[in-house]
Design a protein around this ligand. Sequence first.
Ligand code: NZQ
Ligand code: ZN
Length: 359
Amino acid sequence: MLLLYGGGSAERSGILDRVRASLEEQQIESVPFGGIVPNPRLSTVRRAIDAGRQAGVDFLMAVGGGSVIDSAKAVGYGLATGEDVWPFFEKKREPGASLPIGVVLTIAASGSETSNSAVITNEEGLLKRGLRNDLSRPRFALLNPELTMTLPWYQTACGCVDIAMHAIERYFTRESPAEVRDSMNLALVRAVIRNSRLLKLHPDDYNARAEIMWAGSLAHNDLFGDRHTGDWACHQMEHELSGMFDVAHGAGLAALWGSWARYVYKDDLPRFASFAVGVFDAFTDFTDLETTALAGIHAMEDWLRSMEMPTRVSDLDIGLTDDRIELLADKCTFGGQRTIGQVRELGRKEIADIYRMAR
Ligand code: NZQ
Ligand code: ZN
């Protein structure tokens, strides 16, 4: 098997040695492939495919977070199909096969350990693109909350934001209200916020780590709402931001969410108001849904700030000039070929407006 890992944390924490020892005990041969960076690169994926092909591997084990798991998924497509993988991410071709993947999760965040998607950045043009296909959903994922205790606070916070956002994106939908789906998503966001606050005080709180880890895997495995029915505009806009400026995905989401929310909330006041009440216990004024909706947006940003997360792009030390905004909006619409979002359909102009609000 090919044993994929990141930039050093898995070695430092000792988890890599533990995995290798346990594989050796079972007489399973493994070929290590380290050095996968956050916002994982296509060139690294291609090198891992070469390494896997030379070794003749038939299984992929990812020890790490979303970046390592997503790389394993891309490598799996490449090894099983024998084709270059980028056209799959460009949606020019569908992958017909993948290798099986196992995961030892070291950061609760992306939900890639249970999701069917992978997100890879092509250094040529700094294009970060996602690919969804059930072939790549991991066969198993080992979730041990203790492994996340070595995370720096920033990564813990980014992870909590990403997990909450996966539920929030599913909650903001144009589908007719569905009580079970909606309540599950709101409850998950509440639980993430509550446990993130506990972790801020006590980073070694096992139960809080466990709640966050479990929430991460549930939030993105499609039980809480199909990917096609959520809003996902913040995710699409964030992928352009982290593709171009290499920021942590959770931090990018935090920097954009408030501006997105203020731009679109009037298109679905009841849903924004019930988000405010359902997550933050906002006072409900049935004669003035707008005030309730805005209270929820404020409360969400207060939580992000309390987590030391950005609420504007400038907090990430990125200067969004008008030219950069136009480029981001152009990339996000695939050169004007698509719109994003459900609460409001967003084209190039609207996306640029939101980046401008968030800068
Ligand atoms: O590289 P190492 O040294 O391992 O350090 C990592 C990395 O710097 C560190 N880290 C991980 N576990 C650690 C640790 N440090 C100390 N102790 C540990 N136990 O954390 C940093 C971030 O790792 P990364 O894997 O990049 O984090 P995350 O899980 O947030 O993944 C982010 C990537 O996933 C994509 C994002 O766009 C981004 O590229 N996403 C994937 C999704 C999917 N496949 O379903 C959905 C998401 O919406 C997201 O787009
Ligand atoms: Zn995400």
